[in-house]
Write a protein that binds this ligand. Structure first.
Ligand code: MN
Length: 135
């Protein structure tokens, strides 16, 4: 048993991986045979990830606010508290806040054998982000 007190500092999401202000709190870190990585990710209005993939897929669970998510080639979907989204391994996608709302989600995935959680690509342009959501 290992208890981590509430002492790990909130980290700003790196600008290579995100557009806008994003803050990440660590929830679970891979160690000693566990591949589980989990974070609570706080997106300010309009903030979003860059396009990316996860080697073993990813589940996000919306805790607060209103967000958006999209897989490459699919419509932008509006996501709300209690919604859960699974991205398939290797499926290119992004997720973030709505333009006028904060959004917090829990992000859960299994890292690969080298410890990689994601492969990052281009930023989501304003034009891509501003496309009207399907829902
Ligand atoms: Mn993702």
């Amino acid at each position: 048993m290992q208890t981590t007190k509430n002492s790990v500092e909130t980290a700003a999401g790196p600008s290579d991986w995100f557009t806008g202000a994003v803050y990440v709190d660590a929830v679970a870190a891979p160690s000693h045979g566990s591949q589980l990585s989990a974070s609570s990710v706080h997106f300010t209005p309009g903030a979003r990830t860059a396009w990316h993939t996860h080697p073993n897929g990813q589940t996000i669970y919306v805790l607060e606010g209103i967000g958006r998510a999209q897989r490459r080639g699919g419509p932008i979907e509006v996501i709300r508290p209690g919604d859960r989204v699974f991205f398939e391994p290797g499926e290119e996608h992004w997720h973030g806040a709505a333009p006028n709302r904060f959004m917090t989600h829990l992000a859960m995935l299994e890292v690969d054998h080298e410890g990689n959680s994601a492969t990052w690509g281009e930023h989501v342009t304003d034009e891509e982000y501003d496309t009207a959501p399907a829902s």
